[in-house]
Every structure is written in C-alpha cells, then in structure tokens.
Design a protein around this ligand. Structure first.
Ligand code: IMP
Length: 425
C-alpha cells in the first residue's frame, strides 16, 4: 500500500475553528491521530449520524475503529477526567482499549492546579477554562511537575512527589491564600485508580510514531486551541499556556519535523474567541447575535468545554496571514461558510491602521483599527451543495478572497454541521 502523507491540522484563530470535523475527515486516510499539547481545556465535538461526541483529551480519531490515538508528551493530563471520558466513550459503543497510547512524559493536572487557577483567575481575568492548564505548565517549567511516568513507579513514589509539591510549592499558596490542599495519599488514590483503569495504555509512543511516519505514514497531528492562543505567538497574556502552533508538535511529540508532508490550517469563515483579550474584528451586538446563533444547535457559538457564549466578529485577514506564516500552512480548511448565508454585506479586515502585522502587545492589539473590505452576501442555503462551482458566485468570491489574503489554497469548505457537509475544492 502506498505511504500515506503525514499531516498537521492547526487552528488559525483563537480555537474553535472546527478542527475536529476536519481531523475527522482526514482520519479516513490516517493510521495514527495524535495530540501534542494542551489538555482538558480543549473541547472537540463531532456529530456522527446524528449522535454527538464531545472529546476533551482523547483525539477524535478514537471515533474511527482501527485507528490508533496518541496523547503526546507535550500534553498536561487530568487523569481522572481522562478515565471518565474513556468510560463515556465505552458507553457510547466506542472501544478504545489497545488503540490508545499515552505518553509517560506528559504531566499530570492535579486537583491542586485547579485550586490555584481559581485564585489566579480572580486576579488576572484571562477567562481561562479553569481546567488547571496554566498551573500545570508552570510546574512543568519550574521543574516541580509530576509526570505520568512517576505514577508507573508505584503509589508510594507518587505520594512522595505530591508531598514534595506541597512542601515546595503548596505551602507558599497556603500561606498567601489560606487554601487547603487535599492530602497526597487521597490525591494519589484517585490518580492511581484512573491509571489502573487505562492499564497499559501509558507507554512511550515516540518510537512507534517515528516508525509509522517513516514506513506507512498517515500520522495526523491534531492541534488544540489555535495560533492566537499560543503562549509564544498569540495575544499574550490572554493565551493558553502551551505551544499551539505546528512548531509545538516538534517538542510535544519528539518527532523529526521533516517527516511531515503537509500542514493544514483550519479557519472559520468568521472569527470567534472565548475568554478575555484582544479581538480586533469583534462585532457589534447585532452581528454577534447573528454569527453566534441561539444556542439551540450544537454548532452554535457556545464553548464545548465551558458553555460560555463565544465572542464573534468578521474574518480577520491580518490574523489569517500571520497564522499562515507562523505555522507554514500549505492549505486552508474553511469551516462554517453556511453560517454567513443571509447576511446582506460581509466584511473581511484587510489590514490595520498603522500596523503591517498583528501587534506584539495586547495593549496595542486592543486598540488597532481594522480596515475592512466589503463583499456582497448570499441568501441561499448552501448546506446541500457538494461542488464548489455550484456555490453562489458571491460565496465563491468570499473564498477566493481568503486564498488571496493567505496566499495558499482553500482545499476544504465546510457548508454544514454533519460529517459529510464538506466540499473538497
Ligand atoms: P486555558 O487554556 O484554560 O488556560 O485558557 C486560556 C485561554 O484560552 C482562555 O481565553 C480560554 O478561553 C482559551 N481556550 C482554552 N482552550 C480553548 C479551546 O479549546 N477553544 C477556545 N478557547 C480556548
């Protein structure tokens, strides 16, 4: 059998671009679906034959029998939540045993991290998902984090690590904020029961990914969140704490980047963000209401992890170009074009006054003035169309403008919520 391409899928905006649906489509030709950063802050929802699956830590590839899924070393894992997610999948008829590998180098998200985040959020107001992501990555960077491999050495070892955490880090928070932390033996008991539940799924996937990438191919790396939430390249400090860009996969998986053949950027036909921070093209209330939907449909713009209404606005061409460059995007998958049907006049931010590129600081990004290009909209329902040339001319023009701005082709156009509602252009 011919070798399959190894591919990345990354979000080009602030997450929620519809990556799960594109990954789901590309999984048909993949062998292994991997996640390389983030944790339970992600919420991927996929609808299959009317049934909705929401995944937080497990790659969406798990919904395809025969595919292997990897949770890479760059992730921070909430082990009890992961065990629940897998148990839930089992209830929905998805068998995962023998098909999942979890890197022992990934770090645990501890209950302590969530407690600390509650305190930090009250001060910083980033609008995080409160899944303990930032504190877990902070512990990783300050070398006090606890990894899955530590639990494999046994409960006593895990308790010792947790006790070290309490004395080196926890005490400081206890003093400053009078917070009470659950005892290490109790935390270890909960974690160990989740570790036992997943069994031998915790095993180093590095050599397996490398071998597969070189021989059969078909590695599909699924980025969580999006480029503008990257800790290095996003709207810092209103970002997540991991490297969400394609480059993050190199460290998050420990893989030779040259093995990847293609990087696909997922962009929604309009921009959204959930949580606080700059959003130059954020719409007025009326536009936001139109783009967001009412919440009665799964695809309306409400967070799959937190249920928060997403902030919505016009497509930002400056961000699109920036994300294309940062990730080295080869092709774009454009999602939710159908959601623009019925809007008389559409806008795309072509540039910002005084800034050639997305500004460095959030203070500047809060103030930038987008200069918009306007486009006539269309009224037709496009969700049954499966040929790009049959789309209303104005919808085609909108897609061509995106290609012109990003200087890469749009290869997929999402026109509806279902698994098959995608035009291959
Ligand atoms: P954290 O990742 O929970 O620390 O949150 C940091 C920022 O990233 C907040 O603005 C969150 O709303 C945002 N965020 C985190 N995960 C996602 C996601 O999967 N989709 C969209 N936004 C996210």
């Amino acid at each position: 059998m011919a070798k399959q391409p190894n591919m990345f899928v990354v979000g080009m905006f602030w997450g929620d671009e519809g990556k799960a649906k594109i990954v789901d489509l590309l999984t048909e030709n993949a062998n292994v679906v991997v996640r390389y950063q983030g944790g339970a802050n992600a919420g991927h929802s996929v609808e299959i034959d009317g049934e909705r699956f929401v995944l937080h830590q497990v790659p969406t590839g798990i919904l395809h029998p025969e595919k292997t899924c990897v949770l890479g070393a760059g992730m921070v894992i909430d082990m009890p939540a992961l065990a629940n997610e897998l148990a839930e999948l089992e209830k929905q008829g998805i068998s995962w045993r023998g098909r999942i590998m979890i890197s022992p180098r990934a770090h645990f998200v501890l209950p302590y991290h969530k407690q600390i985040e509650e305190i930090a959020e009250a001060k910083a107001g980033i609008g995080t998902t409160k899944r303990g992501i930032g504190p877990a990555y902070r512990d990783k960077a300050t070398r006090i984090g606890i990894r899955l491999g530590d639990a494999l050495l046994g409960k006593a070892n895990l308790i010792a690590k947790l006790e070290r955490w309490i004395s080196e880090s926890g005490e400081m928070f206890k003093k400053a904020y009078s917070v009470d932390f659950q005892s290490p033996p109790d935390v270890a008991a909960t974690i160990m029961s989740a570790v036992d539940f997943v069994g031998d799924a915790i095993s180093s996937p590095g050599a397996y990914i490398d071998e597969t990438a070189r021989t059969k191919g078909g590695i599909l790396a699924e980025g969580a969140q999006g480029t503008m939430l990257s800790v290095s390249w996003g709207t810092y400090p209103f970002v997540t704490s991991s490297e969400t860009t394609a480059g993050g996969a190199a460290t998050g998986l420990g893989i030779d980047m040259r093995l990847f053949d293609k990087i696909i950027g997922v962009a929604k036909a309009f921009c959204t963000r959930v949580g606080n921070g700059p959003f130059p093209t954020e719409g007025d209330e009326e536009l936001q209401r139109k783009l967001r939907g009412t919440g009665e449909h799964a695809y309306d713009e409400f967070g799959s992890t937190t249920g928060r209404p997403r902030r919505c606005g016009w497509l930002d061409g400056v961000v699109l170009r920036y994300a294309t460059r940062i990730n080295g995007i080869d092709a774009i998958a454009l999602t939710k074009l159908d959601c623009l049907s019925g809007i008389d006049e559409l806008k795309i931010a072509a540039k910002y006054v005084d800034y050639a590129e997305f500004p460095v600081t959030s203070e500047e990004a809060e103030k930038v003035e987008p200069i918009y290009k306007t486009f006539p909209g269309w009224n037709e329902d496009i969700s049954r169309i499966n040929d790009f040339n049959k789309l209303p001319v104005d919808a085609q023009r909108y897609v061509h403008e995106i290609e012109r701005i990003a200087m890469v082709p749009v290869e997929f156009v999402g026109v509806g919520p279902g698994r098959k509602d995608i035009i291959l252009k």
